[in-house]
Design a protein around this ligand. Structure first.
Ligand SMILES: Cc1cc2nc3c(=O)[nH]c(=O)nc-3n(C[C@H](O)[C@H](O)[C@H](O)COP(=O)(O)OP(=O)(O)OC[C@H]3O[C@@H](n4cnc5c(N)ncnc54)[C@H](O)[C@@H]3O)c2cc1C
Length: 463
């Protein structure tokens, strides 16, 4: 295995070194830990950070040699800001990232009369702050930082607590024991040398993503469905002609609906990195390699991208992915807990994927802090773990799943000419300045209240 703390991925920040053990084998992993986190993605790293900050000893294992750079989430908002602020990370993320004011839905670009295309008309706006906001109080605006950078920041801060160890190239093979009274014993493997060893922890957090080995080892099904179309995600350098105020935008289309969001501060007059994610046709059976050719992608950009023609853009990264709506029947089995994509997946429209996972991490870490650090006050560990599972599943079932589903359907179910009359949200948000404070509050409330789970308050309410 690489050194416990991958210096390159973590920008040289050193964590808790396990100097008494050899460096190049699974032997350098402590044989026990209070909490084992499987998966060093953003959700696992945030869980480890919050636990480490509370003085809890955490081992993180990650099967990759470092943080994944695949193009994924970027924007964080609503209750997530307050959670990140409370755990001391908001300002750090803001320093590395940038703020935008909100999003909008557009028709397809139209002829600009100069041989190019102008941005399509706005159908509706979702402001997350005032249109002239430049200060952005916590909770306002969209906080942007590409997922890989966010993940590295979480790991760096987790290591700084001095209670977290991170082991790359290390994967969970099996769960040997999972007993509420004695804890969890697992078998791990160094995927470079194939060396294996056992580790014991009081609790195991499965934050190992949509294909979770923890979920499978616990024999948990993943009921739900997979949408027929694939999404083509591209990172692309685009010239910013104007300041559109609402930078992130959807382009509605019956087939090739699109979301575009900046990955770097989109300063007008500069060329910066954007993410364009475009739906392939549901009946398009071409192989991935064919979907991500320059030719195919540039053809799709023609439909959704404004600017002079021929388009002057440079594609920097490309991938395809399937989208699902699925949730486990429980996020807790014995002393093993699931969080993030390991527990639930949904289409990414509305940024309800990683944001929901981070709020799982927050609730789960708080639950484990109550159990491990305050046993006199919270003696019913079993009830607390089940409460975590029940409450986070409720959030998925009643908020994340239906909202992300409707966010997706809204993008391809209405002709662009009639969308703003047909759909209630488009109709309301055509001019949000005309909405009453009560209407605005009603729309925003789930993102500030329902989404996050306050474990301490819930336990207080139950007492
Ligand atoms: C193209 C794309 C765009 C997206 N856009 C957004 C967005 O805009 N907003 C949003 O909120 N969400 C978005 N999402 C969803 C978001 O990326 C996921 O919700 C998020 O990655 C979940 O984080 P996670 O830590 O739970 O899982 P992951 O990020 O998948 O991390 C899991 C980690 O576990 C590791 N692992 C797996 N198996 C093992 C094992 N056996 N042992 C050890 N380690 C293991 C993996 O290598 C990985 O590093 C997007 C997703 C995609 C694919």
């Amino acid at each position: 295995m690489a050194a416990s703390n991958n210096e390159e991925a973590l920008n040289g920040v050193h964590g808790h070194q396990d100097n008494g053990h050899q460096e190049n084998g699974v032997d350098d992993i402590a044989s026990s830990s209070q909490v084992l986190v499987v998966g060093g993605g953003a959700v696992g790293s945030l869980t480890a950070y919050k636990l480490g900050r509370a003085g809890i000893d955490v081992t993180v294992i990650e099967k990759l040699p470092g943080v994944s750079d695949s193009p994924r989430a970027c924007g964080y908002y609503g209750a997530v800001h307050f959670m990140l602020h409370e755990v001391g990370l908001y300002d750090l993320i803001r320093k590395e990232g940038f703020m935008t004011r909100g999003l909008c839905w557009r028709k397809k670009p139209t002829d600009d009369g100069k041989g190019g295309k102008a941005s399509g008309d706005m159908i509706a706006i979702q402001p997350l702050s005032a249109p002239n906001d430049t200060t952005f109080e916590v909770g306002a605006g969209l906080l942007n930082l590409p997922q890989a950078d966010l993940n590295k920041l979480f790991l760096r801060e987790a290591l700084k607590t001095g209670h977290v160890r991170v082991h790359y190239n290390t994967e969970l093979v099996s769960i040997l024991e999972n007993d509420p009274s004695t804890g969890v014993t697992v078998r791990l493997r160094n995927n470079e040398t194939n060396a294996e060893r056992k580790l014991h922890a009081s609790y195991l957090v499965g934050a190992d993503g949509a294909h979770s080995v923890v979920r499978k080892a616990l024999s948990l099904p993943f009921p739900g469905h997979t949408w027929p179309e694939r999404l083509i995600a591209t990172n692309v350098m685009v010239y910013n002609e104007i300041d559109p105020i609402w930078h992130t935008f959807f382009v509605i289309d019956p087939v090739h609906y699109t979301i575009a969001t900046p990955l770097e501060d989109p300063v007008p007059g500069k060329t910066t990195l954007w993410r364009y994610t475009i739906a392939a046709a549901p009946d398009d059976t071409r192989k991935v390699e064919e979907l991500i050719t320059d030719e195919n992608i540039m053809g799709l950009y023609e439909n959704c991208m404004a600017g002079p023609r021929p388009l002057q853009v440079e594609i920097k990264a490309r991938t395809t992915y399937k989208i699902h709506q699925r949730c486990v029947p429980t996020m807790r089995k014995g002393n093993c807990l699931l969080a993030g994509d390991a527990a639930h997946v949904n289409c990414p429209y509305g940024a309800l994927g990683l944001n929901t996972g981070m709020l799982d991490a927050d609730a789960l870490a708080e639950t484990l802090i109550m159990i491990l650090n305050e046993p006199q006050k919270y003696p019913k560990a079993d009830d607390l773990l089940s409460l975590y599972s029940d409450e986070r599943r409720k959030v998925f079932q009643f908020f994340v799943d239906p909202t992300s589903t409707q966010n997706k359907l809204r993008l391809h179910s209405h002709p662009e000419e009639t969308a703003s009359q047909e759909d209630w949200l488009f109709r309301m948000m055509r001019d949000p300045s005309k909405l009453s404070p009560r209407q605005l509050e009603e729309l925003a409330r789930p993102y500030y209240e329902t989404w996050r789970t306050d474990m301490r308050k819930l336990v207080g309410d139950l007492a």
